[in-house]
Design a protein around this ligand. Structure first.
Ligand code: DQA
Length: 152
């Protein structure tokens, strides 16, 4: 099955963007880390980044259809700043029933007040924040855990 990892605005700048907050790993490094996590579970990775909100909406619909068809396990979404602004992303997740993990590299709750509210969280199955880029692999492990029959 496929695991989708979607990255929103400014995450293409990882590595040079505020390294004190986000670390020095690039988005390609993150992709490699996700490939390794998926390979450990025998899963296929579909890894993407866009700076455009509507593109994220389309990708969430696509992932929702794939999950409904039984070919995807779910998605990990780092929506970047759209986390704090986008009702459209909230509605896309709700509307598709996609199993989604909200992810942030930084601990958004320890930062500015405007990062404390998330429109994604109420539509997400789980939230991962503050583990640096290692959180991506942990989120993929978490998706696998959530897909296990209950009691396992
Ligand atoms: C982020 C946190 C957001 O507040 C910010 O706008 C980002 C990155 C993170 O990964 O920590 O772009 O989602």
């Amino acid at each position: 099955k496929t695991v989708y990892v979607f990255n929103g605005p400014n995450l293409n700048l990882l590595g040079t963007r505020e390294p004190a907050v986000y670390g020095s790993a690039t988005l390609s490094d993150v992709q490699r880390l996700c490939e390794a996590a998926c390979a450990r579970h025998g899963l296929t990775l579909d890894f993407r980044q866009t700076n455009h909100e509507g593109v994220l909406v389309d990708w969430l619909h696509e992932a929702g259809r794939a999950q409904a068809a039984g070919t995807a396990l779910g998605a990990v979404l780092n929506a970047g700043a759209y986390t704090h602004t986008s009702i459209a992303l909230h509605d896309a997740i709700k509307g598709t029933g996609l199993t989604l993990i909200e992810l942030h590299i930084s601990n958004v709750h320890a930062r500015e007040a405007f990062r404390h509210h998330s429109f994604i969280a109420p539509a997400a199955r789980a939230v991962m924040a503050g583990f640096g880029v290692a959180g991506y692999a942990l989120a993929i492990d978490g998706l696998v855990q959530l897909a296990l029959p209950s009691g396992d």
